[in-house]
Design a protein around this ligand. Structure first.
Ligand SMILES: CC(=O)SCCNC(=O)CCNC(=O)[C@H](O)C(C)(C)COP(=O)(O)OP(=O)(O)OC[C@H]1O[C@@H](n2cnc3c(N)ncnc32)[C@H](O)[C@@H]1OP(=O)(O)O
Ligand SMILES: O=CC(=O)O
Length: 733
């Protein structure tokens, strides 16, 4: 994980700015200078990005305007649907270019952020494909984005390695590795660290351009058997956006002097409007396509976003919106039919379960949910599927292999002509289910913790034994937004209770308390981990504490409770405890919190897709974020933080306070990820947005609580006994 511990290098950034890099005319780099990054941000590579930007920016701007126009129509009551103007494409007989042999078999694909160790683990995982993610699994700090490029270049070169200091373990590539696909960001996200002609570059052109420029030759030789590089393309809403990608690919092929159709991409169908454009999208990309993928989590998010002005289409609890809902099943079946008719892969979606290492029964239950989900996919006709964790590869592989036989895919064998009968009504059918207080609470808890992690540099995290990334956490955010906007009346325990701002504010406070109690369990682990890091003094990353404890130790620690335990009885640990307490003391200071947010917003997050709330252009309470209101002590702190790049002080400032504020703010904003009206920031919900609680670490269920919240889009949720204990209305009095 790469966090804000890198702040220390920000002083050099101030001095050098873009001047540290040798840039072409019209380019200004705002991110900090780093020698490793300079090998990626070469003048020639930047020139390629600049050329793409200049050639395509008007097309991108136009496409974004069209999105706004469509949104206006949906907000006035229109529904998305098939476009009569492109009927000939949908009904015409045509196919995409043949699938390259290197990626004919994609039965299991693993995904993950472009972190060094995870790239190696994913490529070695036994999956057929690894999708390296600059998008939902990555928090888009300058550090993460640029390190990601460095890591991918080493991976394609075959030289990538990693030494895990805490475990004294070396990582390198196996002989057999997965095929690499790269997912750049969506068209709508700017890259604010790189200005081209005075404007932020288009994020995906930076991701694509730098990666392509440095890797196309080696990739085609080492990975693609003459084809490639390969990409996943996210968040498109219309085929005109696919057409821009197609033109970008042709431009890149021309620059590289490689054959047209070398680059191949799979498009994620993960917005509601795009489901009505699947043929059109494939048609635009027909020389460069290797299929479509059911990006089901974002698809659910998009349902809320598209219908934000349709109170008759509110979602039930997040975990009830699964693949057995009619609109979800219809989407997956139509995707399979469309892809197979056009001769390309129909990829399945992500199961959010991850292995549960300290509870075999819960682990088996989680694996069983994955198995059922994958079985549904393969039987429906999907050619492959996604897994979030290496521990799930064998389960998914077994299901697909047992049901696909020896064929590398089902493109020719399962045509799903029955899906031709699916109508607009099928694809839009209202989801069924209930809206509960439990759902509201869970969304709140997940939202707070995900945003806190995201702010501190982690775009995918394990929460309550599930993978959470920007797509899944986004569902939590928009669902709360929707329920609040329409003041829905809750079902179940919350029967008759309306989701008002007051209720939401109280839920936030209560969930903060709960998170705090969960985190107290983790503090013992943190201390233990610190003890291992004290020598040398812990200017080091503290995040990976949990894995370093053996399971028995963890159980013992938890039984004994906070700040006790036999593993904490030596001098080193007492020293650590002293430092830890000192840090905690500082850490709870409000001015420091403000300083943290201030530095974060100044230096590392101009890119934020939905968290621009931490920017300084705030209309919030007069003292917050006002640099002149900070105490001299804060400045001293900033000074020390800058001197010590990986200061544990900064690591510890990973905070739920920021996450809470983020959730409150984001919940009250326009649902578009592109813009925020800061005027609308709501002050009335909680008295204190900034109270920092403690470091976000891996969340484990509380003792006595069942481990399995069903996360599969297949199964209905189970009760969480813990939450059912108190009637929500009495808790809120
Ligand atoms: C909806 C969508 O957009 S899905 C696509 C975007 N989302 C993703 O890609 C999420 C991918 N998954 C992940 O990021 C991770 O699995 C998480 C954050 C959920 C959990 O990660 P961890 O907490 O590290 O899991 P855990 O501790 O069990 O990991 C065990 C080992 O597996 C590795 N690992 C876990 N997930 C992955 C992965 N996706 N790829 C490669 N390696 C992985 C870890 O690095 C660790 O390696 P080590 O033993 O050598 O140290
Ligand atoms: O990107 C994938 C999704 O499910 O969302």
């Amino acid at each position: 994980m790469m966090g804000f511990g890198t702040y220390g290098n920000l002083l050099p950034m101030k001095k050098k700015g873009g001047r540290g890099y040798d840039v072409p005319e019209g380019v200004d780099i705002r991110g900090r200078y780093d020698e490793e990054f300079a090998k990626i941000l070469t003048k020639d590579a930047l020139q390629f990005v600049v050329d793409l930007q200049r050639e395509f920016r008007n097309h991108v701007n136009y496409a974004m305007e069209c999105r706004k126009e469509a949104k206006r129509r949906y907000n006035q009551g229109a529904l998305p649907g098939f476009d009569p103007a492109t009927r000939n494409i949908r009904e015409g007989v045509w196919t995409c270019a043949p699938v390259p042999p290197a990626v004919a078999d994609r039965r299991v694909e693993i995904t993950g952020p472009v972190e060094r160790k995870m790239i190696i683990n994913a490529l070695n995982s036994g999956a057929k494909v690894f999708m390296a993610d600059f998008e939902d699994a990555l928090s888009p700090s300058w550090e993460n984005l640029m390190r990601g490029q460095v890591n991918l270049k080493d991976a394609v070169d075959g030289t990538i390695s990693f030494h895990d200091k805490a475990r004294n373990r070396d990582y390198k590539l196996n002989d057999q590795i997965a095929k690499l696909f790269v997912r750049p960001r969506g068209w709508h996200l700017p890259e604010a660290h790189i200005l081209i002609d005075g404007e932020p570059a288009t994020g995906c052109l930076v991701d694509f351009g730098l990666y392509f420029y440095h890797n196309y030759a080696k990739f085609r030789q080492n990975q693609g058997a003459g084809f490639g590089p390969f990409f996943y393309l996210p968040k498109m809403e219309h085929s005109r956006e696919a057409k821009i990608w197609n033109n970008v690919f042709e431009r890149a092929e021309k620059m590289a002097g490689i054959e047209r159709g070398s680059i191949r991409a799979t498009v994620l169908i993960e917005t509601l409007p795009a489901v009505f454009q699947m043929d059109e999208i494939l048609y635009e990309l027909r020389d460069h396509s290797v299929g479509l993928n059911c990006g089901r989590w974002d698809y659910i998010f998009s349902y809320v976003k598209t219908f934000q002005a349709h109170p008759d289409r509110l979602l039930p609890d997040r975990f009830q919106v699964g693949m057995t809902q009619h609109f979800m099943r219809s989407y997956s079946e139509l995707l399979i039919r469309t892809c197979h008719r056009r001769g390309v892969h129909a990829m399945g979606g992500m199961a959010a379960q991850i292995p549960i290492r300290d509870d075999p029964a819960a682990n088996e239950a989680a694996l069983d949910l994955v198995r059922k989900d994958k079985l549904r996919e393969v039987k429906a006709g999907h050619d492959g599927t996604w897994a979030a964790h290496p521990g799930l590869i064998s389960v998914c592989m077994e299901v697909f292999t047992n049901n696909m036989g020896n064929a590398p895919n089902q493109i020719q064998n399962v045509k799903r002509e029955d899906a031709a009968a699916l109508t607009e009504e099928d694809l839009l059918q209202r989801p069924r289910g209930v809206r509960t207080m439990e759902g509201l609470r869970l969304n709140t808890r997940v939202g707070i913790q995900y945003l806190a992690a995201w702010l501190t540099g982690s775009g995918s995290v394990p929460l309550y034994n599930l993978m959470e990334d920007a797509a899944t956490a986004e569902i939590s955010r928009v669902q709360n937004w929707q329920w609040l906007k329409y003041e829905v009346e809750l079902d179940g325990d919350g029967l008759g209770v309306k989701v008002t701002k007051e209720l939401f504010g109280r839920v936030v406070e209560e969930e903060m308390t709960r998170i705090e109690s969960e985190l107290e369990l983790c503090e013992v682990d943190l201390l233990h981990c610190l003890s291992q890091l004290i020598h040398p003094f812990p200017y080091n990353l503290l995040q990976r504490h949990d894995d370093d404890l053996c399971l028995e130790c963890k159980r013992k620690e938890r039984r004994k409770g906070r700040n006790s335990g036999s593993v904490l009885d030596n001098t080193r640990v007492i020293a650590v405890q002293f430092i830890y307490n000192a840090v905690q003391f500082i850490y709870r200071s409000k001015s420091l919190q403000r300083l943290f947010l201030l530095s974060a917003s100044l230096f590392d997050f101009p890119n934020s897709p939905f968290l621009s709330f931490i920017s300084l252009r705030t209309t919030e309470t007069p003292t917050s974020y006002n640099p002149t209101a900070l105490s001299p002590f804060s400045f001293l702190f900033l000074f020390f933080s800058l001197i010590f790049p990986n200061s544990p002080f900064l690591s510890l400032l990973e905070n739920t306070g920021a996450g809470r504020k983020g959730l409150i703010y984001a919940t009250n904003q326009d649902l578009s990820r592109q813009t925020f009206n800061e005027e609308e920031a709501v002050h009335s919900i909680t008295q204190d947005y900034y109270s920092i609680k403690t470091k976000i670490i891996k969340q484990k269920p509380l003792p006595g609580e069942t481990h399995s919240i069903s996360s599969s889009p297949l199964e209905p949720p189970r009760r969480r006994s813990e939450l059912a204990l108190t009637h929500p209305t009495s808790r809120l009095k």
